[in-house]
Design a protein around this ligand. Structure first.
Ligand SMILES: O=P(O)(O)O[C@@H]1[C@H](OP(=O)(O)O)[C@H](O)[C@@H](O)[C@H](O)[C@H]1OP(=O)(O)O
Length: 507
């Protein structure tokens, strides 16, 4: 009998409406699950995790910074050096293979339980040749970062200025540089207004350095960057420089004693077998109705990473997220942070010491800009933009003493490290950026006050370890890092000792 009513019976939703409501509530549940986890994705975190305002407006300069912000009428930016991690990328081949292994395991179950069924039908859209390449979202990360920096420092990012671009040889970095150029070209030629706060509070640059410095020919040096002017930014090549952007690949001691030393990641391996990971493993095995023996820490980690990839790359709340709660996420974040700590951070001295070649290059160009300014010469390199990796920034930050905890991160002190400083997702998410800004202050009362420096991490002022201030006299900064600047010699630091003892104690 045909239904007497068009549409649902009063008081009873029709099946489609019921399904719609169910789907909406499922989507809301997934969104809630993902947002619970997204603060724990470590180096697989999207940039928006450390700048939430960008979720509303990707060109916003964010809330006024509580720190003491230059530039001001008295202090104009003279040189800016940005070390930028590539934008959002696809998983590496290593992770894609692990995901394929887990997906096949779930599809091979004869009687999958409901939770496992949803994964058996999940579209495994990742393929090995994606291998860490820049994702479309990663291009957007870079285009928008360029526009924000241009708005924050209009005195430096102007069409008349010239820009030096350098990059690691990896696709994700070269493509990030190209996308950044595109964003910069957009900003310079459209002179996009700043968003968010009025000039000054938001760190908007004062007019170009009043010392009348014009840009001049590149005088040469460790690398001769490809200088381009605002007019032809998008078409110029980027200088490939792995010696600076992938210094770790060129450091024999690091490669032998850390990268290729199976015992170097002892704490990571121990944590994978420890009680915290055991609890997570047993929980996931029960949820997926698979024997625990068929799972391991790497497979559980790749399920967690896939939740992060789906959010960062496609901005979707993936079913993979529903496997984990916040406690699980904290454990998996710690597992990733242990790797970053021991492979790229404070774990071994060689990790940070090998970055002194980059650190010294930064100060070499700061010195040069000051010398040129003092002699009223053109500033040869007012803006230096370099595109690298999380493993470019982390060793450098460790060398400078940022985010150092009292105690090393270890497999046996997870609970004690709950409030650690070294959380890689807060430091080096995709598109993270470490920016050195050198200022010339016209109304300096002493010669030392004439040149001052600020450092920004992810567009927020970073207090200096030696003073906890957000501004430093350049002379104080150089003095604090005197030993590294004068006594860290890359070739000596990276030379394997004749005894060829790769004991990690010596690292
Ligand atoms: O676990 P992943 O994502 O494969 O690790 C990436 C890989 O580092 P390894 O140390 O594992 O070789 C790539 O070589 C690095 O360039 C990536 O930075 C790294 O990803 P992550 O930074 O998230 O550890």
């Amino acid at each position: 009998m045909a239904s007497c009513f068009r549409g649902p019976l009063p008081g009873r939703p029709s099946l489609p409406l019921f399904l719609l409501l169910l789907r909406v509530s499922l989507a809301q549940e997934r969104a809630a699950a993902t947002s619970l986890l997204s603060g724990y994705f470590g180096t697989k975190s999207r940039y928006e995790e450390v700048n939430q305002h960008l979720l509303q407006d990707p060109l916003s300069l964010g809330p006024p910074d509580p720190g003491y912000l230059l530039p001001s009428a008295a202090c104009a930016p003279l040189q800016l050096r940005a070390l930028i991690r590539h934008g959002t990328r696809f998983p590496t081949e290593k992770q894609i293979r692990k995901l394929g292994q887990l997906h096949r395991l779930l599809r091979s179950q004869e009687r999958p339980c409901p939770a496992a069924q949803q994964f058996a039908h999940w579209d495994m859209w990742y393929h090995p040749d994606m291998d860490g390449k820049l994702a479309p979202k990663g291009r957007l990360d870079m285009e928008q970062l360029a526009q924000r920096l241009a708005a924050r420092f209009p005195g430096l990012f102007s069409p008349q200025r010239r820009f030096a671009f350098a990059s690691s040889s990896k696709h994700r970095c070269v493509e990030s540089s190209a996308a950044f150029r595109k964003g910069l070209q957009l900003a310079l030629h459209r002179q996009l207004p700043a968003r968010g706060n009025e000039a000054g509070k938001a760190g908007l640059g004062a007019p170009a350095h009043s010392g009348g410095n014009k840009v001049g020919p590149w005088p040469g040096g460790l690398w001769a960057p490809a200088h381009t002017t605002g007019a032809d930014i998008e078409n110029e090549e980027t200088e490939i420089n792995d010696k600076l952007m992938r210094f770790f690949d060129h450091c024999e001691k690091f490669v032998t004693c850390v990268e290729e030393n199976a015992t170097a990641m002892y704490e990571v391996d121990a944590f994978k077998q420890g009680p915290e990971m055991k609890r997570v493993l047993e929980k996931i095995a029960a949820t997926l109705c698979v024997p625990v023996r068929d799972l391991n820490a790497d497979l559980v980690q790749v399920a967690f990473f896939t939740c992060s990839f789906e959010l960062a790359i496609k901005n979707v709340n993936s079913p993979w997220c529903s496997l984990f709660n916040e406690e699980d996420a904290k454990v998996l974040e710690y597992l990733n942070d242990l790797k970053q700590y021991w492979k790229r951070g404070y774990g071994y001295d060689i990790n940070s010491r090998s970055s002194c070649i980059l650190f010294q290059d930064i100060f070499k160009h700061l010195d040069k800009a000051i010398a040129e300014s003092k002699s009223s010469m053109p500033i040869s390199s007012p803006v230096i933009l370099q595109f690298g990796h999380a493993e470019t920034l982390q060793p450098l930050l460790a060398l400078m003493g940022f985010f150092k905890d009292e105690e090393p991160l270890a497999a046996n002190n997870y609970k004690k490290q709950m409030h650690r400083k070294f959380r890689s997702g807060r430091i080096v998410p995709y598109a993270s950026n470490l920016i050195f800004v050198l200022y010339h202050c016209d109304q300096a009362k002493t010669p030392e006050e004439e040149y001052q420096v600020q450092i920004l991490l992810n567009e927020k002022l970073l207090p200096f370890p030696h003073s906890e201030e957000t501004v430093s006299l350049y002379t104080d900064l150089k003095n604090h890092y005197k030993d590294i600047l004068q006594n860290c010699h890359f070739s000596e630091e990276c030379e394997l000792s004749k005894t060829n003892n790769t004991s990690t104690d010596e690292l």
